[in-house]
Design a protein around this ligand. Structure first.
Ligand SMILES: [Zn+2]
Length: 249
């Protein structure tokens, strides 16, 4: 089989030490979706890749497709470093939540340009975010909105228009990840209670562009309910919890 090279924009999701000098990178690429690659010599102080291949970096890569699972990085140009997010603890914590959500939800080598563009937009906006005290990265409206959009792009769109279990247009009082959305009082056994403000918040963060997430002006209680709905959806559909969310509590 002939080996090939590929040029693509990519975001570094995770970097793992592989040997004295090398790293294995988890990448989300525009052209192929999720890709793993080895960056040789990247950990040497005089690496030709410099610090370009760190998590959060938005890069243009020249990848060599070998015979194994991993591609090899042949060239890397920085598109955006996202240094303002990397050097601020609040933005960095929120950024890692977003990266881990992509890591867990988008595992296939399959181009999904909407997901890639949502990721780069999220990182661009994150560079400008100022933490409101007390700083709680897991409740940052931008990262909550990003995760709801990723769930939607993954096909786990929470159904919010009527009861997701019985289909009736009754008042909605809870969220059931198993039923796929909001449920009425009669169908709410084992479901997560959600207030009217909570549902308004979820709708706002889902329907607004990412840039409008912070302008929605949601109260902490509504943000907390959004987070619980997101975590319940991860557990029900993917069977996972985000490590980064557990860390920021
Ligand atoms: Zn119902």
């Amino acid at each position: 089989m002939a080996s090939r090279t590929l040029t693509t924009e990519a975001v570094v999701l995770r970097s793992i030490r592989f040997s004295e000098a090398d790293c294995v990178l988890h990448l989300y690429t525009l052209e192929k979706g999720r890709v793993g690659a080895i960056a040789k010599g990247v950990r040497k102080t005089r690496s030709r890749f410099g610090a370009r291949l760190e998590p959060l970096s938005h890069v243009e890569l020249l990848l060599h497709e070998g015979r194994g699972d991993l591609h090899t990085v042949r060239g890397a140009e920085l598109v955006r470093s996202h240094d303002p997010s990397r050097t601020d603890p609040y933005r960095l914590a929120a950024g890692h939540i977003g990266l881990e959500a992509v890591l867990r939800l988008f595992v296939e080598e399959e181009a999904q340009p909407q997901a890639f563009h949502a990721l780069t937009r999220f990182l661009d906006l994150l560079d400008e975010v100022e933490a409101e005290l007390p700083a709680q990265p897991a409740l940052e409206p931008l990262v909550l909105s990003f995760q709801l959009k990723l769930l939607w792009l993954s096909g786990y769109l929470p159904h919010l228009a009527g009861c997701a279990a019985c289909g009736e247009a009754k008042p909605l009082v809870a969220f059931s990840a198993r039923a796929g959305g909001a449920v009425c009082r009669e169908c709410a056994a084992d479901a997560l209670p959600v207030s009217e403000a909570g549902f308004l918040g979820i709708r706002a963060l889902l329907e607004q562009p990412l840039a409008g997430a912070r302008e929605a002006g949601l109260e902490e209680d509504a943000l907390r309910q959004c987070l619980r709905v997101i975590e319940a959806s991860y557990e029900e559909h993917g069977g996972f919890r985000l490590r980064t969310l557990a860390q920021t509590r």
